[in-house]
Design a protein around this ligand. Structure first.
Ligand SMILES: Nc1ncnc2c1ncn2[C@@H]1O[C@H](COP(=O)(O)OP(=O)(O)OP(=O)(O)O)[C@@H](O)[C@H]1O
Length: 334
């Protein structure tokens, strides 16, 4: 039996059917991400698990127990939000200790636990600081520490990094993963950022309009989208209709929702190739994207994105004629 089971969950806000018969199992110790566009119901599912929202129908099982009707305080679930909501008039250590104080834990136990989690989230030295003097990333570390100091069984993270700039974000992603591992937590992370989902997760559940579109590990999600929506959301695919595919390759395949081709699976070739599809086109332009150079190539009136590793210089000029090849197994029928 899975550690957390969402069974036939429906949630309405008035007429708005936000979660549509969601069934989802989460194993103990996993780092799971709910990924999807804004408004698809990710946060609502998290809030239903924490008890902050009631479900309209269905059942939530945790550790073999039906927790559907339990108060949030009786669920032993920690939560970290996008907005840190720290107490501004309390120091870092007072913020972290607050929950334990409310539970009337002995002072020496509070002191040692606060010290331990501050080390874990790399805040040592900031004990007496007030939130206003901290960066967004540090404030989020306090929020994380405040949550894990209570030793929850499950940690829910609702877009905790979306207000934090790119560099700090990477460091915090790593800290969250480390804390998750060290404490043996089961963590559920909500994001609409596919890259973040890729680096953080054991399993990704892709949401679309209140339903789970696809569940997979990051590699599977990236390389084997099950639908046009999944291919559009993840991996920056070229998506061609059957007609466009025939116009590009000269061959017909059956794929009602289209054919998805990742830009890095298209190769520039010089002479002969073993790949099933080979065709010529014209370079339209190129854009450097970090260590990748993305070319746009026009083939029979259709524009394809083609990614190559950006070494020292561009390979082609705009207007150059090029030959491209792609293997059949990289042309995913949707
Ligand atoms: N308290 C509420 N009352 C009424 N409608 C709500 C409430 N909370 C969320 N909704 C609606 O439920 C739908 C799903 O919202 P939810 O916040 O779960 O989406 P999300 O996928 O987490 O998106 P985001 O990334 O923007 O937070 C939206 O249409 C939203 O307007």
């Amino acid at each position: 039996m899975a550690y957390i089971e969402f069974r036939n969950i429906d949630k309405f806000y008035g007429e708005n059917h936000v979660l549509k018969n969601v069934n989802l199992n989460i194993e103990k110790g996993q780092f799971v991400t709910l990924l999807g566009p804004s408004g698809c119901g990710k946060s609502t599912l998290l809030r239903c698990l924490s008890g902050l929202e009631e479900i309209s129908s269905g059942q939530i099982i945790m550790d073999g127990k039906d927790i559907t009707g339990l108060e949030p305080k009786d669920r032993n679930i920690g939560m970290v939000f996008q907005h840190y909501s720290l107490f501004p008039n309390m120091t870092v250590e007072e913020n972290i200790a607050f929950g334990l104080k409310m539970k009337k834990k002995p002072q020496d136990e509070i002191d040692s636990k606060v010290k331990e989690v501050m080390e874990m989230v790399e805040l040592t030295g900031k004990e007496k600081a007030y939130p206003v003097s901290l960066s967004g990333g540090q404030q989020q570390r306090v929020a994380l520490a405040r949550s894990i100091v209570q030793q929850p069984k499950v940690l829910l993270l609702d877009e905790p990094l979306s207000a934090i700039d790119a560099k700090l974000r990477k460091a915090l992603q790593q800290s969250i993963r480390e804390v998750h591992k060290k404490l043996g937590l089961t963590s559920i992370f909500v994001t609409h950022d596919q890259d973040e989902a890729m680096v953080m997760s054991d399993t990704i559940h892709l949401f679309h309009d209140g339903k789970i579109e696809q569940s997979s590990d990051p590699i599977g999600m990236y390389t084997a989208p099950v639908s046009k929506f999944a291919a559009t959301f993840i991996g920056n695919y070229n998506i061609l209709s059957e007609e466009q595919f025939a116009a590009v390759t000269g061959k017909r395949v059956t794929a009602p929702e289209g054919i998805a081709i990742r830009p890095e699976t298209l190769q520039f070739v010089d002479g002969e190739t073993d790949e099933e599809y080979c065709f010529t086109g014209t370079i339209v332009d190129n854009t450097p994207k970090g260590n990748v150079l993305q070319y746009r190539v026009r083939v029979n009136g259709i524009i394809l994105k083609v990614d190559v590793l950006f070494r020292s210089k561009t390979l082609f000029q705009n207007g150059n004629k090029v030959k491209l090849a792609v293997a059949d197994h990289n042309c995913i029928r949707l």
